[in-house]
Design a protein around this ligand. Structure first.
Ligand code: C5P
Length: 225
């Protein structure tokens, strides 16, 4: 039988990658496909949750039954998350959010010119996960972050978990051919309680289900009917 252990729960999932415009035709972006976030939304729905999905530049079929909000930039993603998080029992920040954005967006297309290549000035984007973890609008809300690391995965992951203040951090090892845009994923999930759970290489749906197992174990008993 299908586990419906998230029945009566509301979850908020972000997916994809933000794009920060440089001019009307160009942006700074990343390689996130949105597949892992969509797998989290689909598996939560299958387990009975109500799902709000914030999709940043995702080109995939929508999971049936999710309430979807589409965003482009990190600041739009933040607004959407803040608008939905109050009712969420768990928030999973799967989206790859740009740490920086161009200080100015050119009104017209940036052209080649006499002065040589332009120098881009960047400013910092808000760290949404940090903000979510710090001020919880609901007691017992479970906040989950994702981290892609290329080296010293556990050490960097543990430091990031502590810095961000989330309850769980799903740490992916990335690099040539791994994770971004692929069908499969593998990870270790670090808990604020000191736990470390290895999730073996497999479909992103499997990783998603294991993440929901860990979230479900941390939710307060019950859930609204
Ligand atoms: O700091 P780093 O980008 O490696 O952390 C990744 C985690 O933090 C992801 O869960 C991502 O969604 C979140 N994040 C965020 N706001 C940012 C940058 C990352 O919420 N500006």
């Amino acid at each position: 039988a299908l586990p419906v252990d998230l029945a009566g729960r509301r979850v908020l999932v972000t997916a994809g990658g933000t794009r920060e415009p440089l001019d009307p035709v160009r942006y700074l972006g990343n390689r996130s496909s949105g597949r892992q976030g969509y797998a989290l939304a689909a598996t939560a729905l299958a387990r009975g949750a109500r799902v709000s999905l914030i999709a940043a530049n995702v080109d995939l079929p929508d999971p049936a039954g999710a309430d979807i909000t589409r965003v482009g930039t990190a600041r739009e993603l933040r607004e959407a998350v803040l608008a939905h998080r109050e009712r969420a029992d768990a928030v999973v920040m799967t989206a790859a959010v740009a740490d920086f954005r161009p200080a100015e967006v050119a009104e017209g297309k940036i052209k080649k010119g006499e002065g040589g290549p332009p120098v881009l000035e960047l400013v910092e984007n808000p760290d949404i996960l940090l903000e979510l973890s710090r001020e919880r609008p609901r007691p017992g809300q479970v906040v989950v972050g994702f981290a892609a690391e290329t080296d010293h995965v556990l050490e960097h992951g543990r430091a990031k978990l502590e810095r961000k203040g989330c309850d769980l951090l799903v740490v992916n090892q990335v690099g040539a051919g791994r994770a971004f845009g692929t069908e499969d994923n593998q990870a270790v999930v670090l808990g604020a309680d000191g736990s470390a759970t290895e999730i073996p290489h497999g479909p992103k749906e499997n990783l998603a289900d294991r993440v929901w197992d860990l979230v479900a174990a941390r939710l307060a008993p019950g859930g609204e009917p």
